[in-house]
Design a binder for this molecule. Structure first.
Ligand code: SAM
Length: 223
């Protein structure tokens, strides 16, 4: 029996990868990658020549069984996503669940993910939090935000730059304009930015300065 490794990769700065992640990617028989071209860049940077196979949300339902068969026949396989930890708003869950069902060993390496630096850096309580990932763009969106208005733990969202202002405005309506939040943009990259304030201020700030890049919103829980 082989093993499935989930290997976190940098969310921006290529130096944010552990020695063990590099060692694992170099020693497994096969790497499953969300986007093989993207992962190839990382592997080239670290002189890793392990074979790559594509594994993304459009083919994972089909490929899960054959991946499990490979592991059962003795191969070691690493799953990576484009950035951060696989399974966190990225493919991974389906494969892990199937491996667990088939009693295939699974090991996830600790490593980069965008939500933790955004949370810790926000200055908003980080002892209790909930991760919401991306809000639904349409169906179920209002219901979700309404339910979250009562949440007392710190809430973390992933968001695209194109929807940031709309989301901040909606959160201000449902949570109240004074709710404290922090928008972290381009974490670990050259133009990293962390803007703190209440939801009214943040909506106005990003209306006047349309954002680019990758974004995490951290919102304090209801008092
Ligand atoms: N698996 C990743 C993780 O562990 O964080 C998340 C992948 S999800 C498809 C991509 C989203 O993560 C982005 O839209 C953004 O919300 C967040 N993200 C990823 N990298 C980021 C960065 N460097 N700065 C801020 N947010 C980031």
């Amino acid at each position: 029996m082989g093993k499935l490794y989930l290997v976190p990769t940098p969310i921006g700065n290529l130096k944010d990868i552990t020695f063990r992640a590099i060692e694992t990617l170099g020693s497994v028989d096969l790497i499953l990658a969300e986007d093989t071209r993207q992962t190839k860049k990382l592997l080239n940077h670290y002189n890793i020549t392990t074979p790559l196979q594509s594994h993304h949300m459009f083919n994972e339902h089909k490929s899960v069984e054959s991946v499990c068969s490979k592991i059962q026949s003795g191969l070691t396989v690493a799953l990576v996503s484009d950035a951060g930890t696989p399974g966190i708003s990225d493919p991974g869950f389906l494969l892990v669940r199937t491996c667990v069902e088939k009693e295939i060993p699974v090991e996830t390496l600790p490593g980069p993910t965008a939500l933790i630096p955004a949370l810790v850096n926000s200055g908003i309580p980080c002892d209790r939090f909930c991760f919401e990932g991306f809000l639904p763009p349409k169906k179920g969106r209002n219901k979700r935000i309404t339910a979250l208005a009562e949440e007392t733990r710190t809430i973390i969202f992933y968001e695209s730059p194109y929807r940031l202002v709309r989301t901040l405005e909606e959160l201000a309506v449902y949570f109240g304009p004074d709710r404290v939040a922090c928008v972290s943009r381009e974490l670990s990259k050259v133009f990293e930015e962390n803007i703190r304030g209440n939801l009214a201020f943040l909506s106005e700030y990003y209306t006047n300065k349309p954002p680019k890049g990758e974004i995490v919103i951290v919102v304090s829980g209801k008092n």
